[in-house]
Design a protein around this ligand. Structure first.
Ligand SMILES: [Zn+2]
Length: 359
């Protein structure tokens, strides 16, 4: 359904596009962390915090989440609200509660979910939303369509990273260059490869709002995953930063952290970080290894070091980083201990006897 190059996402269209897909076994439920909220006022879990009164943000609700889940943006629309990104599967109930609460306030229904990319912290709540709200169509970046339909968990990164995920069905795709009419705004879908080769970001030309996913945070950007697989992608990151610089953005809603307005400042910090990583790829690999370990601890909350070793040994991407770093320490297990010690030193984990505990 389109008019003048602008597509209106609708359930009917989604149903027509849907291919058959079977739901996979669901992972065991785990502990959920409390979401942070925006503005920075601490709020109880489940409370919806609306943006500050600014006409540019009217009709948008941002759920700023803890680190295991990405932020979610609810675009209110009388024809049916649309949620951008859905957090991690372990926080599915929390995502449902946040959306339900926001919809109750507006009296609207949920009509679609869009995923900027398919990392586990951005689309893990899709299945929970489908259970809670019925056949809500999910739209994914076009280049991921086949992998989602086939549920190729190697291509989708869950197997290589050793991350939990709950299978979902996609109903349609997001094509770079197209415009979506959502919430009375025209959102351009912009390709944003680098952190993830398939990622897109969304820019609302009518109000200058950029949903930047993990392509740009207030302080940096996400791990450049293709580089860990030996695929050059730092240049992609740079090109995307150039593309974002050309946008007349007044607000940036990142995938993690609070929304912000200083786009030039964020771009300058991101470029400095990129230059540092390009000049020292080993530092990027080491950083990525710590991110993978921290993500695992966020999922498990507490785990025996023996089981942590098991996970490290069975996680292909972690093993690859170890090899690419010339196999530091005597084994992956010993290296994993060193990474854990580093997280402990930085206050991101602690050890209690034989247990590794997320902090
Ligand atoms: Zn990501």
């Amino acid at each position: 359904m389109s008019a003048g190059g602008t597509r209106v996402i609708s359930l009917a269209e989604a149903r027509a596009a849907r291919a058959a897909a079977e739901l996979a076994e669901r992972p065991a439920a785990g502990p959920a962390t409390r979401p942070a909220t925006w503005p920075a006022t601490p709020a109880a879990a489940g409370r919806v915090v609306h943006p500050p009164p600014d006409p540019a943000l009217e009709g948008l609700a941002v759920f700023e989440r803890g680190w295991l889940s990405s932020n979610n943006v609810l675009i209110h629309d009388p024809a049916g609200a649309v949620l951008v990104d859905s957090g991690h599967c372990l926080h599915g109930d929390q995502t449902v509660a946040l959306v339900r609460q926001a919809l109750e306030r507006s009296g609207q229904t949920l009509s679609a979910v869009l995923n900027t990319h398919l990392h586990s912290d951005h689309c893990g709540g899709n299945a929970a939303l489908a259970r809670a709200f019925g056949e809500v169509p999910v739209f994914v970046p076009a280049s991921t369509w086949e992998a989602v339909q086939a549920w190729d968990d190697a291509r989708l990164s869950y197997a290589p990273t050793g991350q939990r995920m709950e299978r979902f069905r996609a109903a349609g795709t997001l094509q770079a260059g197209e415009r979506l009419r959502l919430g009375g705004r025209d959102w351009e879908v912009i390709a944003a490869p680098g952190h993830d080769p398939d990622s897109v970001v969304l820019f609302d030309h009518s109000h200058g709002v950029l949903i930047s996913a993990d392509a740009l945070w207030e302080n940096g950007f996400g791990v450049v995953f293709p580089e860990l697989d030996g695929i050059e992608a730092f240049d992609d990151v740079g090109r995307v930063l150039d593309r974002l610089e050309a946008l007349p953005a007044t607000w940036v809603i990142p995938g993690h952290g609070a929304p912000f307005q200083d786009l030039p400042g964020a771009l300058a910090r991101a470029r400095r970080r990129l230059a540092g990583l390009q000049s020292d790829p080993a530092r990027h690999r080491l950083y990525a290894a710590k991110v993978l370990l921290k993500h695992h601890l966020l999922e498990e909350q507490r785990q025996s070091v023996a089981r942590l070793h098991l996970w490290a040994g069975q996680t292909p991407l972690l093993r690859r980083i170890w090899v690419d770093l010339d196999c530091p320490r005597a084994s992956v297990h010993a290296w994993c201990d060193e990474l854990l010690d580093e997280l402990v030193r930085r206050g991101a984990a602690r050890r209690e006897g034989d247990l590794a505990i997320n902090v």
